[in-house]
Ligand binder design. Structure first.
Ligand code: NAG
Ligand code: NAG
Ligand code: NAG
Ligand code: NAG
Ligand code: NAG
Ligand code: NAG
Ligand code: NAG
Length: 416
């Protein structure tokens, strides 16, 4: 009897001990992993700038940027300027948007501004591995429900966004594109759940519907990644439909930055307001056919490029689909109750005219003739048109304007 009690006690004690040991070991390991990742992500700064919005911008030697951690890019020689004439037709009015940090300092030539990643940013991520990534699927059950469904637009198979995303866009297919651009109206839509994000952007895509490559840029409100609800300029890439590769900005190795003036992931201001002044960012993504580098152009500045000849396969030659529009990521899209995260200005696309729905104007593509033109064929799409809609306003003979957006759930019985 006594013996049995003793054994039982001992067993209980062991369970407690192993639990403690386990728990401690785990948290210690995780923390050192976090530190290691931070060290990897944040390169030594030549100078650091504290921005009014709380960001720290590190001016990092251009040759020590995160891209060079990529095994395939170790020996990459930076292309400092595109070999095509970068003075591309200036279509819109001058935009008076600034990056908030730019008021507090500048990085010198030879260095690039990188938004510093902090411990709390990493701790917010679902996992260190997924830090900086858009997840394509529900992380808790991904296999059979890999999360995508397909539609056909003019005989081209198009992946409609995965179940965790709701998208409204203008799309063109049917040619080989080596560039795309547009002036994206800038807003600060409401984000409902801390994990949600919402963007206004351009996608340049290539490859098959279920394993496409995509390079993207525009503005985004993404509290989980950036720690606040400011509107920020971003770049994104993936070479496997968001499954394993790619990330926002410079949170992984891939994008090569050349600009010492523009920081990826930095807050931009001012944002547009209802019936008030309208602001927009001119975004262009153009391939240098001599190098296969896809250059990102933001407000007249070459920010850097995605080295498609090394990182990407389909986009190494050209893009076969371009989209312009908005994207809401949430576990609660296509659900009742639906996420209340808004897209664009929060107005449906039918609210045309400046100061209403969010718009993209001066939509252009570039083909191998290297001239910018309005796409010969476009179509609109919205995954959940009763929540977020799209409308291409294109009366004959005038410059078309693409409108997109919506309030998300809870405002209208149509979007629960
Ligand atoms: C490629 O490089 C050559 C020589 O530098 C230049 O003449 C040509 O314009 C470039 N082509 C493109 C598309 O940039
Ligand atoms: C561009 O500028 C003109 C003249 O100042 C103005 O009438 C027009 O509304 C502006 N367009 C936009 C989109 O701000
Ligand atoms: C995703 O699911 C669809 C439909 O079940 C399937 O056709 C497709 O091959 C899957 N894609 C991948 C990458 O597993
Ligand atoms: C499909 O795209 C081609 C251009 O590739 C265009 O000429 C044609 O009109 C489009 N078809 C439809 C049904 O829109
Ligand atoms: C994502 O990548 C993993 C690991 O490479 C692979 O097993 C899985 O099939 C991929 N899923 C999709 C949807 O492509
Ligand atoms: C891109 O194309 C070039 C020239 O055709 C080739 O040498 C290179 O291996 C390709 N890169 C990739 C990643 O496919
Ligand atoms: C994701 O998976 C979790 C757990 O299986 C589930 O509760 C949640 O509803 C799923 N989300 C979506 C969007 O399917």
């Amino acid at each position: 009897m006594a013996k049995m009690n003793f054994t039982l006690l001992w067993a209980l004690a062991l369970i407690c001990l192993s639990r403690n040991a386990d728990g401690k070991a785990k948290s210690r390991e995780t923390l050192s992993d976090v530190d290691r990742k931070l060290k990897l992500l944040n390169k030594p700064a030549v100078k650091s700038i504290l921005s009014d919005d709380g960001d720290i911008i590190d001016c990092v030697d251009i040759h020590k940027q995160p891209a060079f951690d990529h095994p395939a890019l170790r020996t990459h020689v930076i292309q400092m300027k595109p070999s095509f004439d970068a003075r591309i037709e200036n279509l819109g009015n001058r935009s008076h948007i600034v990056q908030t940090w730019q008021r507090s300092g500048t990085c010198s030539e030879g260095t690039i501004p990188i938004r510093r990643i902090r411990k709390q940013d990493l701790l917010r991520a679902a996992s260190l591995e997924n830090f900086g990534r858009k997840l394509s699927h529900n992380t808790s059950n991904n296999r059979e429900q890999n999360g995508s469904h397909f539609i056909h637009i003019n005989n081209t198979e198009v992946v409609v966004s995965p179940i965790v995303r709701s998208t409204a866009y203008l799309v063109t297919v049917g040619y080989n594109y080596i560039g795309a651009s547009g002036d994206i109206n800038v807003w600060n839509p409401k984000v409902d759940l801390p994990e949600d994000f919402t963007s206004g952007q351009i996608w340049v895509r290539g490859g098959p519907g279920d394993n496409f490559e995509s390079i993207e840029s525009g503005w985004v409100v993404n509290p989980k990644l950036y720690g606040d609800t400011r509107t920020r300029f971003f770049a994104y890439w993936t070479k496997d439909a968001y499954n394993q590769t790619g990330c926002f900005d410079l949170t992984c190795s891939g994008f090569i930055q050349t600009s010492s003036h523009v920081a990826l992931g930095a807050a931009i201001e001012p944002c547009s307001s209802r019936s008030g002044p309208q602001y927009y960012i001119p975004i262009g993504i153009f391939m240098d056919t001599n190098t296969s580098n896809w250059w990102l152009r933001y407000s007249g500045t070459e920010v850097g490029y995605w080295p498609a000849g090394t990182l990407l396969f389909y986009l190494n030659h050209s893009s076969t689909m371009v989209q312009w529009g908005g994207d809401v990521y949430s576990q609660n899209v296509r659900k009742n109750p639906h996420t209340k995260t808004a897209m664009g200005s929060g107005e449906f696309a039918s609210a045309t005219g400046l100061g209403n729905a969010c718009f993209i104007q001066h939509v252009r593509i570039m083909d191998f003739s290297r001239t910018l033109k309005y796409p010969e064929w476009v179509s609109t799409w919205a995954d959940e048109p009763y929540c977020y809609s799209s409308l291409n306003w294109a009366p004959y003979g005038v410059e078309p304007v693409f409108y997109f957006g919506g309030p998300g759930g809870g405002y209208d019985y149509m979007c629960p």
